[in-house]
Structures are given as structure tokens and as C-alpha cells.
Design a protein around this ligand. Structure first.
Ligand code: DAH
Length: 363
């Protein structure tokens, strides 16, 4: 009750009566807690407020009036305080609601971003290798993962009775026994040589890199998987010798592992090269003193290579009297394990996000 009856009003000084009349509209005009606090100060504050002035006027009121006036003032004060309290509760509730909706949707905050994907570490390594060879004039070639015996074996001078052709090592397709999952990226050599043979003279040679998946009947263990990756490389030109092969690979390994990278070549045998060799990298993990990755030898084999066998060129329709070249096939997982100090190859295929993140694969 904030309105006073006429009798009560007549007991108050004129300016106080007017203030009483104004209170209800002043109260409902308070749109927030700050405004309400100001009104509170004006009406019920300790010093100088209307309530304080009324108490002062009571002191000097004629004795006969005092009782009635006292009752009016007390009632008035109580009504103001109660009305102010009610309005305060209302405004506080409103503010809470406003704050909670503000927190729920703040247009100024950056939106939550879904985790971004990234290239797999093995793909990144293959891309890096391509980047190293591209400035040397190498382009990228691809071949199918389901291959013919002709490309996977025959065209590579691999004899009919070679053990790699057996079903113990190679996945043949059940319905098409002449089809198989390629056991290396070398069949891409056969395809590219055949395709580019007619334009060899015009091109002045061939240089390409062929990264991709290969398959072998290997049991899964820390260093074997029935599916893995290779990067094939090939150069065809005139007067190409082992020095070109060694110089190219030594340069590439420095670009990949750093200027201190050391390589060594050991003689080896592959039917599609003559002479053939394997290349080892000085173990970057232990610096050559011997560790688990290099099996104590200080060196890790990462690729097979050699000068292209004349039969491979001949089968593709290229005259080995005029043309020569080198080829190499690099194991990607083995190299990645070494670069990243990963002791178990299976980690590359499990796609555990913690591993990929640690490899810088997810940002
Ligand atoms: N294809 C061979 C393998 O998978 C690796 C290889 C060796 C590739 C010698 C070549 C090469 O191009 O010249 O073991």
C-alpha cells in the first residue's frame, strides 16, 4: 500500500504528500537495479531521504498530531520498503535470465571448431620425397594396385620359377589367377616405359617417381605388414651409370634427412637391374653407435636399386644399346619409422589420434 487516504495525506507537509503520490509510478519506471537503488536512496535512505525528512518533521510536530502522524509515517516507510524489495526481486530475476541467455549464445565468441583433419604421416613423407625429386625433373606416375603377372613379374625380367611368384608370397585374385595385388611399385616402370617408348627420343629421356601401396603375404609384426608403401624412382637417358644413381640418391637423402646424412651402397641382386645394390642410411636414431632400429649395425637399409637390366628396356620396346638408366624402390614405412623414431610399424595403420597428433598429423 503506497497510496494514502486523504486524511493521512493531509497530515503530511505538502512536498512529502506529492512525493508519496509519485512513488508508485517512479517505482514501476525503474527498469534496472541501478535505477531502483537510486530510488531507494531517495525514499528510504538513511540521510536526506523522504523517510528521513518525515522522521525529522515528526520531531517538531505539535503534540496532538504526533501519534497519528507517527503511525502514518511508519506505515508509509514500511510500504515503501516492501514495495522496493518486491521490485528488487523482480529485477534480479530478470537480470539472471538475461545473463543466462547471454552465456548460452555470445555472438562475439569464436565458434567451436571441429578438429581439422590432416595428411597421414606416410603420405606426408611420400609428398616430401616427391618435393625433393621434382626440381630434378621427375614427375609423378601411378599404377593400379591390382596388377597383371605381365607387369608385376614378366616385364621386370623375373623368371617363371622365381619364388616371389609363388602363392606363399603373392596375393592372387581367386577368380582371375592372372591378376594379383602388386608386390612392389616396380610394375609402374613397365607401364611407363611401354607408354613413353615411342616418344623417348623426343623427350630426351624419362624421369619419374611412383609412390603407392603394395601387398605381400607377410604376418603382421612390429616390422611387417601385408600392406605397405613404396616409392619407385626411375631415370632413363644416355650413358647413365652407377655414379648417376649414387649421386642422385645421396643428394636426395641429404635433402630428406639433413646435410649430415650418410649413405652406403652394398651389392645386391634384383632380376630387373644389373648391377643391383641396396642402400643403407647411417642410423639417424643412434648416430651409428648401434640401437634397436638398426639392430646394432649403425646402418638401416631403406631401398633397393641398380642400373636397369637391358631385358627390361627391350621388353618395353627400348633399345638398350642406345638407352640406359637407373631405378630404385624405397620402403616408406621403414623410412618413416626411422625419421620419427617409431619402433612399431603397426602404429601407422591403427589411426590412433594420439599417435597421429604426436606425429603432427592433426592440428
Ligand atoms: N622392387 C624391389 C622390392 O620390392 C625394390 C627395388 C629394387 C626396386 C631394385 C627397384 C630396383 O626399382 O631397381 O624389393
Amino acid at each position: 500500500m503506497t497510496h494514502l487516504d486523504a486524511k493521512a495525506l493531509s497530515l503530511l507537509p505538502a512536498d512529502m504528500a506529492a512525493a508519496c503520490e509519485r512513488f508508485p509510478s517512479a517505482l514501476s519506471a525503474c527498469a534496472n537495479l541501478d535505477a531502483l537503488n537510486r530510488l531507494k536512496g531517495t525514499y528510504t535512505g538513511r540521510d536526506g531521504s523522504f523517510a528521513a525528512q518525515l522522521m525529522e518533521s515528526l520531531k517538531v510536530a505539535p503534540k496532538a498530531k504526533k501519534r497519528d502522524l507517527g503511525a502514518v509515517i511508519n506505515g508509509l516507510k514500511k510500504n515503501w520498503e516492501e514495495a522496493l524489495k518486491t521490485r528488487q526481486t523482480e529485477l534480479e530475476t530478470e537480470k539472471k535470465q538475461l545473463d543466462s541467455t547471454k552465456n548460452a549464445w555470445d555472438a562475439t565468441l569464436p565458434p567451436p571448431m571441429p578438429p581439422a583433419g590432416a595428411l597421414h604421416p606416410l603420405n606426408r613423407l611420400m609428398d616430401r620425397l616427391v618435393d625433393v625429386f621434382r626440381p630434378l625433373g621427375y614427375h609423378v606416375e601411378e599404377g593400379p594396385e591390382v596388377e597383371t603377372e605381365e607387369h608385376n613379374f614378366d616385364g621386370l625380367n623375373i623368371p617363371e620359377d622365381h619364388p616371389a611368384r609363388g602363392t606363399a608370397d603373392t596375393f592372387y585374385l581367386a577368380q582371375h589367377s592372372e591378376l594379383l595385388l602388386r608386390t612392389h611399385t616396380s610394375p609402374v616402370q613397365v607401364r611407363v616405359l611401354k607408354r613413353l617408348a615411342p616418344e623417348l627420343e623426343a623427350r630426351g629421356g624419362i624421369r619419374f617417381l611412383a609412390p603407392g601401396r603394395v601387398y605381400r603375404k607377410d604376418e603382421i609384426d612390429p616390422t611387417h605388414s601385408p600392406m605397405f608403401h613404396q616409392v619407385e624412382g626411375m631415370l632413363v637417358g644416355k650413358g647413365i651409370g652407377m655414379h648417376h644413381l649414387k649421386g642422385t640418391l645421396a643428394y636426395a637423402m641429404k635433402a630428406l634427412f639433413g646435410q649430415n646424412a650418410d649413405v652406403r651402397f652394398r651389392p645386391s641382386y634384383f632380376p630387373f637391374v644389373e648391377p643391383g645394390c641396396e642402400m643403407d642410411v647411417h642410423c639417424p636414431l643412434c648416430g651409428g653407435s648401434g640401437c634397436r632400429v638398426c639392430k646394432g649395425s649403425g646402418w638401416v637399409e631403406i631401398l633397393g636399386a641398380g642400373l636397369i637390366h637391358p631385358n627390361v628396356l627391350r621388353i618395353a620396346g627400348i633399345d638398350p644399346e642406345i638407352w640406359s638408366g637407373f631405378a630404385f624402390g624405397m620402403g616408406v614405412e621403414r623410412t618413416a619409422m626411422m625419421v620419427s623414431q617409431t619402433p612399431d610399424l603397426r602404429l601407422f595403420f591403427e589411426n590412433d589420434q594420439r599417435f597421429l597428433k604426436a606425429m603432427g598429423g592433426l592440428d
